[in-house]
Design a protein around this ligand. Structure first.
Ligand code: ACO
Length: 334
């Protein structure tokens, strides 16, 4: 009999400071109406003082550990999903391990943007299944607010991102049967330049220029071909969700809850319509957090469990699409 991996605890952390669309429209040429209509976002959280992704990650991790009834001494590996690590290197996972007081253990970052949490989940599941770890802490954490261009020039990207972290503790499923059924990971690097951040980069001399520091070089900020990304997202999301369902002998009507990455409410509405999934089964909270990238799925999971939408026995799918391009899905029997 296969011993399945399950999520034993979930935690969430967002900075206190709320930034509304009206706050942004005082700093750039945009409007609450434009942002809400195009993305579904009303507000997001930005850090107020020096705080790294691993600091938010720590708060989320402590909550996830408490819910799992475990301490850091029970954890055998830490995986940190982020595109905004505290520093370029070493990994935020190492910084987090130190902050949590972890003993020596595997700790590594997964730099796969919006799909990073699901890539991390798959990695944790592999460690558990081969017996290299019993409990793995997986954290998705992002500080976007210090790396975006909050002017009219950067408005397409700046309005969508928010700061936040979510964490899960993975371990053997209590009954051996419920838990993670399968993960499905994909990447197509030929689209890398459609959504990327070039600086600082090892292929440039010097890696960081005066332009980067002054904020004048567009390479210093994330750049996105928004419509292009949107079109790929609405194709790849349904594909990978169908792939996960089919791999387990299921079809969309079998799904009880869909937890998609939160990049744009319209994308999630397209996906629900394409798969004929009732919108009430789709967890959306982008209105309050914006796109928190690697943190969006664990934050949405946290809220869906707290408000009773994710319950025992349900078929739950998590899915993501983002920079890379990368996309992924994970199917759970809760
Ligand atoms: N406020 C006001 N106007 C704006 C803003 C803004 N914040 N941003 C862009 N505009 C303008 C544009 O300049 C353009 O003006 P023009 O018609 O005069 O040229 C107009 O609004 C329309 O711009 P579009 O880019 O066509 O707007 P669209 O409807 O595509 O919405 C958006 C843009 C929200 C970014 C959308 O394309 C999108 O969500 N794309 C997918 C994002 C995504 O999924 N990212 C992946 C995850 S992120 C990650 O992986 C790191």
């Amino acid at each position: 009999m296969i011993q399945r991996t399950h999520i034993l605890g979930v935690g969430k952390a967002v900075p206190e400071r709320v930034v509304t669309n009206d706050d942004l429209s005082r700093r750039m040429d945009t409007s609450d109406q434009w942002i809400q209509q195009r993305t579904g976002i009303r507000e997001r959280h930005h850090i107020g003082s020096d705080c790294g992704a691993s600091d938010l990650g720590r708060q989320a991790a402590e909550e996830a550990l408490a819910e799992a009834g475990l301490g850091i001494a029970d954890i055998d590996a830490i995986i940190f999903a982020t595109l905004s690590p505290d520093i370029d290197w070493p990994a935020s996972a190492c910084l987090l391990a130190a902050k949590l007081g972890a003993r020596a253990m595997p700790a590594f970052d997964v730099r796969n943007q919006c799909s990073g949490f699901l890539y991390s989940l798959a990695s944790a599941d592999a460690l558990i299944r081969v017996g290299r770890a019993r409990h793995v802490l997986v954290v998705g954490g992002e500080i976007h607010s210090t790396g975006i261009d909050i002017t009219t020039r950067g408005r397409e990207v700046a309005v969508i991102f928010g700061d936040g972290a979510g964490a899960v503790v993975l371990g053997p499923s209590p009954d051996g049967q419920c838990g993670l059924l399968s993960c499905h990971l994909h990447a197509e690097g030929k689209y890398a330049e459609k959504l990327w951040l070039e600086a600082a980069s090892s292929r440039r001399r010097p890696r960081i220029t005066v332009g980067d520091l002054g904020g004048d070089d567009p390479a210093a900020y994330p750049r996105m071909s928004g419509r292009y990304v949107f079109k790929h997202a609405v194709t790849r999301f349904p594909e990978v969700i169908q792939e996960a369902l089919a791999a387990n002998g299921c079809t969309p009507p079998d799904l009880d809850v869909l937890i998609p990455h939160q990049a744009n409410l319209r994308i999630n509405q397209f996906v629900a319509a394409a798969l004929e999934i009732e919108e009430s089964k789709v967890v959306n909270n982008i209105d309050r957090y914006g796109n928190t990238t690697a943190a969006s799925i664990p934050i949405a999971l946290y809220e869906a469990r707290r408000d009773g939408r994710v319950k025992e026995g349900q078929l739950v799918c998590m899915a993501a699409f983002g920079a890379g391009f990368t996309w992924a899905a994970a199917l759970f029997r809760w």
